[in-house]
Design a protein around this ligand. Structure first.
Ligand code: SF4
Ligand code: SF3
Length: 561
């Protein structure tokens, strides 16, 4: 086995990538990621003890842990040099925290009482930061580092870590917009530290997994406040799918601040800006709609980028996941920023305090590149986040009470390459006409261009936005429960048919469970990292089920099962 990773839905044979990642991740990157995660556990060991016993914390290190976790999400970063730099920073930060904690503890309690049993992750320091040394250590500390570990404990630790990655991503997005909540960062460390603790059994870890879900709700709420507080509430909008003459930049990923600064810097340059993948919902924000050169969306979800970036012709900016190994046809037009990286692809550095990022290299590249070739034409409705839906709440509730809307089906989450995801198109096409789809995330690209009509003016596909906007769906459900005078969220006429791919979907799932949502269908496959016993816990407590054949699931969904 040259590597082992099973964190995403496309893992090989739904068991694990052992030779090279289906995503393009090399064994080298896999080992560097394993080492980085292990060192984040080591930072957390000191972080938790310093915070809880000694009232010591380091805000920059707390945020570093979140950023580094985000950096290891599927399809974020494939650049070994960036990982080596993060690993070195992790050791430096850990040692600084350790020195402060040990000094404070000794001063308070004396040498003998302080930190006697230290896990290796809390102390290991490499002789050199060269790729070979780091990779070698990464091989020792991966998922199977302890071959005797109980398989359910391993499964729960990994489930927790993947949930934390998603939680870290949402938290980091909110921090970029200067919306902060220290408890979120503290929980990341509490949970990472717990994965080093061999005294914790399956029950303890299940408790932490559920706490991760609750913390996920808080992170999604914070991010919602950050996005809507900074850029206004998304408005129902018909987004253009065609192209316009002129040089162009395609911006993808989830980072709205990058988009804002790119729009400001391209204004008046003659360069048009289009969205791709998860940036599509930005077309519904008042703060961005005001730019005349922000002209629409190009293409579909992340996995289509190898074809669509090729035909786009212009410059391309990846602000977050999902980055697919670039093809030669567009690699010289591709730029990364934030936590994203690919070896040899120019990276736009982080913003300095009080300044914008400098996107001039992206703009200059667009000015010498080709114009976009049309892929499709027409428009598509977007912008149905919670404020827009709640502004017509009376209409929605009346339609439910009259029976015009008999059921909502939450079809949020991720898209992916596998053919089995045609299931989601079949479900969308096959739902009865009195069913309304609520969606968020790139899962929607399996059906968002279908014309499913509307019910009394309410579109049958209500797109709340990015996966980052999943909070909207929970908010709408909770508001409907109140308005309809129901006791239990599960009494609502809502079914959940969720598609997952990467780790942000894991925290969305855990957040839904923490809100008490039951009977979720999850597909296209159940996560490979769930052991049979952990699946059983989820089934017994929450009635989670794998998707079945579309025809059978349609009957069951419609019957409220
Ligand atoms: Fe495989 Fe997914 Fe891990 Fe990539 S992220 S190596 S595809 S399991
Ligand atoms: Fe998509 Fe990567 Fe999950 Fe944001 S962009 S939802 S997969």
């Amino acid at each position: 086995m040259s590597m082992f990773c099973y964190q995403c839905q496309e893992t090989a044979k739904n068991q694990g990538c052992t030779i090279r990642g289906v995503c393009g991740k090399t064994p080298e990157i896999s080992h560097l990621q394993d080492l980085l995660i292990w060192l984040l556990k080591g930072i957390s060991f000191w972080g938790v003890r310093a915070r809880t016993n000694l009232n010591i914390s380091d805000a920059e290190t707390d945020l570093f842990v979140a950023k580094a976790l985000f950096g290891t999400i599927t399809n974020v970063n494939f650049d070994p040099e960036r990982y080596a730099a993060w690993i070195e920073e992790a050791v430096t930060r850990r040692e600084a925290l350790r020195a402060r904690a040990q000094a404070a503890c000794k001063a308070a309690h004396g040498d003998a009482a302080c930190f006697t049993a230290l896990p290796e992750a809390a102390t290991w320091t490499p002789e050199r930061y060269d790729a070979q040394t780091l990779e070698l250590k990464g091989r020792e500390v991966g998922i199977f580092a302890d071959s005797d570990l109980d398989e359910d404990v391993r499964s729960l630790r990994e489930l927790l870590i993947y949930g934390l990655k998603g939680l870290a991503a949402y938290t980091e997005h909110a921090y970029v917009l200067e919306h902060t909540h220290n408890a979120l960062l503290a929980f990341l460390q509490e949970a990472l530290d717990a994965t080093l603790d061999d005294s914790l059994g399956a029950d303890d870890l299940v408790g932490l997994v559920l706490k991760a879900g609750e913390t996920g709700v808080a992170a999604m709420q914070l991010l919602d406040e950050a996005n809507t507080g900074t850029y206004g509430h998304p408005e129902p909008t018909q987004v253009n799918l065609g192209v316009q003459p002129g040089p162009a930049i395609l911006i993808s990923g989830h980072d709205l601040r990058d988009l804002e600064e790119l729009l400001q810097q391209t204004e008046g340059t003659g360069v048009n800006v289009y969205t791709h993948g998860e940036m599509l919902p930005a077309n519904a924000y008042p703060a961005f709609k005001k730019y005349a050169h922000f002209v629409g969306n190009y293409g579909g979800s992340w996995w289509r980028q190898q074809q669509e970036f090729d035909t786009f012709g212009g410059a391309i900016l990846m602000t977050t996941n999902c980055l697919v190994p670039p093809k030669a046809g567009y690699q010289d037009r591709l730029f990364t920023t934030g936590l994203v990286g690919w070896p040899g692809v120019p990276h736009i550095p982080d913003r300095q305090p009080g300044q914008q990022k400098d996107f001039s290299a992206v703009i200059a590249r667009a000015q010498t590149a080709a114009e976009p070739q049309p892929l499709e034409a027409g428009t598509m409705p977007i912008g149905f986040a919670h404020a827009a839906v709640m502004s017509v709440a009376d209409q929605v509730i009346a339609a439910v009470q009259r029976g015009d809307i008999r059921r909502f089906v939450v079809m949020a989450g991720c898209d992916g390459r596998q053919r089995s995801r045609e299931y989601y198109t079949q479900i969308a096409e096959g739902l009865p006409e009195d069913h309304v789809i609520l969606t968020a995330g790139c899962a929607k690209y399996r059906y968002n261009k279908l014309d499913l009509g509307n019910i009394g003016g309410i579109p049958r596909i209500l797109d709340a936005g990015q996966c980052n906007d999943s909070y909207s769906l929970a908010y709408i459900a909770l508001q409907l429960k109140e308005a309809l005078g129901l006791e239990d969220i599960n009494d609502l006429p809502i079914s959940y048919d969720i598609a997952w791919y990467e780790q942000k979907a894991v925290i969305v799932l855990l957040a839904l469970l923490s809100l008490g949502v039951k009977h979720i269908r999850l597909g296209p496959t159940l996560p490979a990292f769930l052991s049979p016993n952990v699946v059983k816990v989820l089934v017994d407590a929450f009635d989670i089920r794998p998707i079945g054949a579309a025809a059978e699931d349609l009957v069951a969904i419609s019957a409220g099962r």
